[in-house]
Design a protein around this ligand. Structure first.
Ligand SMILES: [Zn+2]
Length: 188
């Protein structure tokens, strides 16, 4: 019995965990709640009163977010999202298109590109492969990366570009050894 009493007494005198967090004038006797206890009823009331002030409730009710308006024009470049033209649009508008482009080569590139990716070119290449049995005619390699080479240069003999007799099957390594390798762009 006496032991239990001692325990209770000790607990009652133990400083609360909150001690020190209040400003000095609100501690001890100066605290509004000194000597008082919230009843269960009072706690419920407080709880209900606070519920209406919950931030998530405010958002749900359609209140304006505190941060609304802060994101407007924070970006110094300004207004990309609002449909203002981005600097890169100059390319799309054609300012640097065609002969004004730094990499323009007088239309040769596109003409070559069209021809070399055309169905006709692919047919010619396949016909050459077929005739040579998909084998490099120089080293006899098969199954490696094959390329169809023009015996008479693509550039100098436009009429023979799709002549099967003017084609030969080479592996990539052998193709590199030809004089005309990499000179497909007719830079005249
Ligand atoms: Zn080869």
């Amino acid at each position: 019995m006496s032991k239990r009493m001692t325990g209770n007494t000790f607990r009652r005198g133990k400083p609360s965990a909150n001690k020190g967090t209040h400003p000095e004038q609100l501690q001890g006797k100066n605290h509004p709640m000194y000597g008082k206890k919230h009843s269960l009823e009072a706690r419920k009331k407080m709880s209900l009163a606070h519920m209406g002030k919950h931030p998530t409730n405010e958002f749900k009710k359609g209140h304006v977010s505190w941060c609304k308006g802060l994101h407007v024009n924070l970006n110094p470049l300004g207004g990309f999202k609002k449909g203002h033209p981005a600097p890169a649009t100059a390319f799309k508008k054609g300012v640097y298109a065609g002969d004004k482009h730094w990499n323009w080569k007088g239309g040769i590139t596109s003409e070559n590109h069209k021809l070399r990716t055309s169905a006709e070119y692919k047919l010619w290449r396949n016909a050459v492969y077929e005739r040579d049995n998909y084998t490099c005619i120089w080293c006899g390699n098969r199954g490696c990366r094959l390329e169809a080479d023009h015996i008479k240069p693509w550039c100098d003999y436009p009429a023979l570009r799709f002549a099967i007799d003017n084609g030969r099957t080479l592996c990539k390594e052998c193709h590199k050894k030809t004089d005309n390798y990499g000179k497909k762009l007719c830079q005249k």
